[in-house]
Design a protein around this ligand. Structure first.
Ligand SMILES: C[S@@+](CC[C@H](N)C(=O)[O-])C[C@H]1O[C@@H](n2cnc3c(N)ncnc32)[C@H](O)[C@@H]1O
Length: 217
């Protein structure tokens, strides 16, 4: 724990107070348009991870692809804060983190065609009907990703929930900007790093449904 992290011994112990502190501490995206080239200076491929959670993939990917420049977006402010601190302590200069809703941040990112890869590992399934509107899916998700990806760029989605994977596959096949090669799923995660949930699914022997969609010309 860092000196700034809310401390259960000295702070009020209510969850709401902790949540407020993390909102204040987590790296929020600035207002207005967000230029990826300015946010992540350099010349390597730009990659975006949506909903990185505890951040294992983001941090490991930054290590295995040191030439890449990575932006992670996570709505849970606590994780955004902790992963940003971890990236700092590991000296990962090629990682930037925003605590916020990907549905807002993706719309503000630019320039068009600047992103090589977008990753979404184990998106929340939101089983309950009343939570379904929180699901990241459909054109609300795919249109801004299509705009940001360069031609030939990759969108990688993996989940252990087969019915969610089938919906992603159908949405991608219907979307004119994406191509998914048959048979639809790929066996391996080709990116040299695994997410926390992926590690857990593998350890538990669960099937993982992985999709690589390519941005068409
Ligand atoms: C099931 S967890 C998976 C975490 C991580 N990707 C992994 O595989 O270990 C889904 C993550 O997506 C995040 N998330 C859900 N909706 C989001 C949104 N609209 N914007 C950004 N992150 C979101 C959640 O907070 C959570 O951390």
């Amino acid at each position: 724990m860092t000196s700034k992290e809310p401390n259960a011994d000295t702070e009020s112990k209510t969850g709401r107070d902790f949540a407020r502190r993390y909102v204040a501490l987590s790296p929020a995206a600035p207002e207005g348009p967000l230029g990826l080239v300015e946010l992540l200076p350099g010349s390597g491929d730009i990659e975006v991870e949506i909903g990185f959670g505890r951040g294992r993939f983001l941090l490991d990917r930054a290590g295995v692809a040191p030439a890449s420049r990575l932006l992670g977006i996570e709505v849970k402010r606590k994780w955004a804060y902790l992963v940003a601190e971890r990236a700092k302590s590991l000296g990962l200069a090629n990682v930037r983190v925003f605590g916020g809703d990907a549905r807002d941040i993706l719309l503000r990112l630019g320039p068009d065609g600047s992103v090589a890869r977008v990753f979404m590992h184990f998106p929340d399934p939101w089983w309950k009907k009343r939570h379904a509107k929180r699901r990241l899916r459909g054109n609300e998700l795919l249109d801004p990703i299509a705009r940001l990806l360069r031609v030939g760029g990759e969108l990688f989605i993996q989940t252990d929930v087969e019915e969610r994977a089938e919906v992603f596959l159908a949405d991608l096949r219907e979307h004119s900007a994406f191509e998914v090669k048959d048979p639809g799923y790929v066996v391996e995660n080709p990116y040299g790093a695994r997410s926390n949930r992926e590690e857990r699914a593998i350890a538990d022997g669960l099937p993982v449904f992985r999709i690589v969609a390519l941005r068409r010309a």
